[in-house]
Design a binder for this molecule. Structure first.
Ligand SMILES: [Zn+2]
Length: 206
């Protein structure tokens, strides 16, 4: 198996109305003289995923970093003037998340980033900010596997403290959200009581 250091998100730089997939992109890339499509996966507008190159085959999608990376292409990314536009569908984002989840399970150390996040790339590809998008998702992804990972981290002596802390972090974040919700609900309750009192006064009821 190849060592995967980067999971790279791209876009096809096509308009939102263009419902294309791996077949069309494979043709474009072959027309350029390549032997196959450059990406390993293509995510269509409807969120379905199509295979490009086999994962164990080096792709052609990010100059100088193909050897240790996986390339995923989101279909879309430009507006009617061919300017960069984050016009991907929620189905595409959902599929991208699942696809990256699967890759991270196989390659836990791999970094998730967009094509434009590599040095000396003068492109907008993939037309959205992959790093913060993925960072924001992390707690959701981890909480889903939290029970499993916490057990394995605690169960295996080899598990590092960093891993343990990482798997516990989402719990803290979730309890923070719970606290905030509790405070919000309390404030609304107090507000309603005050409002009712004022309303009573206005109507001369005491
Ligand atoms: Zn790209």
């Amino acid at each position: 198996m190849r060592t995967i250091k980067h999971i790279v998100v791209h876009c096809s730089a096509t308009r939102r109305s263009m419902d294309i997939g791996a077949k069309e992109i494979r043709k474009w890339h072959k027309d350029k003289g390549w032997n196959d499509i450059g990406y390993h996966y293509v995510i269509r507008r409807d969120g379905s995923v199509e295979k490009g190159r086999k994962e164990n085959v080096i792709g052609a999608h990010v100059k100088g970093y193909n050897k240790h990376s996986i390339g995923i292409c989101m279909v879309g990314g430009v507006d009617g003037y061919n300017d960069p536009q984050d016009n991907f569908t929620s189905d595409q984002y959902e599929t991208l998340r699942l696809l990256i989840d699967g890759q991270k399970e196989k390659h836990p150390k791999a970094k998730v980033l967009g094509h434009r996040d590599f040095p000396n790339v003068n492109k907008a590809c993939p037309c959205f900010d992959v790093i913060p998008w993925y960072a924001d998702l992390k707690p959701i992804i981890k909480s889903r596997t939290l029970a499993g990972s916490a057990v394995s981290t605690l169960g295996i002596a080899g598990g590092t403290i960093a891993e343990a802390t990482e798997s516990i972090k989402p719990l803290i974040e979730y309890s923070d959200i719970a606290k905030m919700l509790f405070v919000a609900v309390s404030l609304i309750g107090i507000g309603l009581v005050i409002y009712a009192k004022l309303d009573d006064r206005k109507h001369g009821r005491r």
